[in-house]
Structures are given as structure tokens and as C-alpha cells.
Design a protein around this ligand. Structure first.
Ligand code: CDP
Length: 204
């Protein structure tokens, strides 16, 4: 059974997905973390997005993703990078990386492989539209931009990151714009996905 959950930045997709997977005792995969890990790799090594370079870099990337609800871990070429993926720097650059077709092809291949022969909740932007168009259940989770910025701001404050609310809102707005206007696999509700607006909903 595949449960696809898509939606814009900070809409609560991953927290909801993890809880659903836990409740159903099935696997969970956060595809956003995969694009974030690739972004970190490009940033750390100052790689360009020029085609030949991307082809080379992709060959040298080994991403091992845990599909467990208990602990999310992303191992990039043998190193656990999980705690480094949600910085504003990575967030500001990830849409550029995720709009690259060669990178997307490789990520989608890994996502389909991980999900083979198992029941899984998988969240992202294109899961119900492109990665698993025949998913058994599809949801599109959203919330107002103000509410999403508030949630992300509070999350960053808990992590003791000093950030400005307007800056967080701009980062989310810019990323949504880039993700939903890109040519390839844009952020979009699948026609047969159930829309859930969580602006006035608690997590439960
Ligand atoms: O956690 P948040 O909602 O802020 O974002 P995320 O799920 O970690 O995704 C980070 C970025 O990865 C998105 O802004 C997209 O650019 C990209 N992404 C994508 O293109 N396709 C996916 N299936 C998942 C994420």
C-alpha cells in the first residue's frame, strides 16, 4: 500500500506522514530530505549545475535513507548528514537543485526502489502526480502562508536558531513559487488527491 502525501513548504506533511505511518505500523519516507542531502553535497563541494558536472556528481553520490518512523537518518556517502539538512542555507538553495532533471531522475529511481514490496507513507511534492500516480491513497496537505511561516519560525526557535519571521515567510514563499512553477514535476495537487487545509487544525 502506498500513501502519497504532497504539499507546499512547512505544511506539516512530514510530521503528519510520520504519525500516520506509526499508527499504521508501516514505513515512512521523506523525499524532501533526499533533495536536501543532494543540496548539501553541492554546497559543500561548490559544484556547479552544468550538465556534465551534474552527471559526474550524481555518479559519486550514494544516499542511504532510513524508511523508519522512529528515526529519520540520511547517510550521504557514508556520513550521517541528518542534522545538517534543515538550515536556511540548504532551504534557500534546494529548489534550484530539485528543478534539475538529472537529479530528479536519480531521486525518483531511489524512491521507487525503497518503496518496492512494502506499505509506506511517502511525502514530497510530486509523489501523487509523478512518483506514484497509482498510489492507493493521495493527500494534498496545505495551510495559509502565515500559518506555515509561524510553524517553521517556531520550529527554528526551538532549535535555538536566531531568525527573523519575515525572512522565514519569504523563504517559504520563494520556495513554493519555484517549486510550483518549475517545468519538471511541479508541486501540484493530483486530481484525485484529497485536499486537507490544516490552517485551523491541530496535528491530531
Ligand atoms: O520540510 P519542507 O516542507 O520545508 O520541505 P521538504 O519537504 O524538506 O522539501 C525541500 C525541497 O525539496 C522542496 O522545496 C522541493 O524543492 C524539493 N522536493 C521536491 O522537489 N520533490 C519532492 N518530492 C520533495 C521535495
Amino acid at each position: 500500500m502506498i500513501i502519497a502525501i504532497d504539499g507546499p513548504a512547512s505544511s506539516g506533511k512530514s510530521t503528519t506522514s510520520r504519525l500516520v505511518a506509526k499508527k499504521l505500523r508501516i514505513s515512512y519516507l521523506n523525499t524532501g530530505s533526499m533533495y536536501r542531502a543532494v543540496t548539501l553535497y553541492f554546497l559543500n563541494n561548490n559544484y556547479s549545475l552544468e550538465k556534465d558536472n551534474v552527471l559526474e556528481v550524481i555518479k559519486s553520490i550514494d544516499i542511504d535513507v532510513s524508511d523508519s518512523v522512529e528515526k529519520e537518518s540520511i547517510i550521504l556517502n557514508g556520513i550521517d548528514v541528518t542534522s545538517k539538512l534543515r538550515t536556511l542555507k540548504v532551504s534557500s538553495f534546494v529548489s534550484k537543485i530539485s528543478s534539475n532533471n538529472l537529479i530528479r531522475e536519480k531521486m525518483v529511481e531511489i524512491q521507487r526502489k525503497i518503496s518496492q514490496n512494502k506499505s509506506i507513507v511517502i511525502d514530497g511534492r510530486d509523489i501523487g502526480t509523478v512518483v506514484f500516480p497509482d498510489a492507493d491513497y493521495k493527500f494534498f496537505i496545505t495551510a495559509s502562508i502565515e500559518e506555515r511561516a509561524k510553524r517553521r519560525f517556531e520550529e527554528l526557535q526551538i532549535e535555538n536558531k536566531s531568525v527573523n519571521f519575515e525572512f522565514v515567510m519569504k523563504e517559504i514563499r520563494d520556495r513554493d513559487y519555484l517549486d510550483s512553477t518549475r517545468e519538471l514535476s511541479p508541486l501540484k495537487k493530483a486530481n484525485n488527491a484529497i485536499l486537507i487545509d490544516t490552517t485551523h487544525l491541530t496535528l491530531d
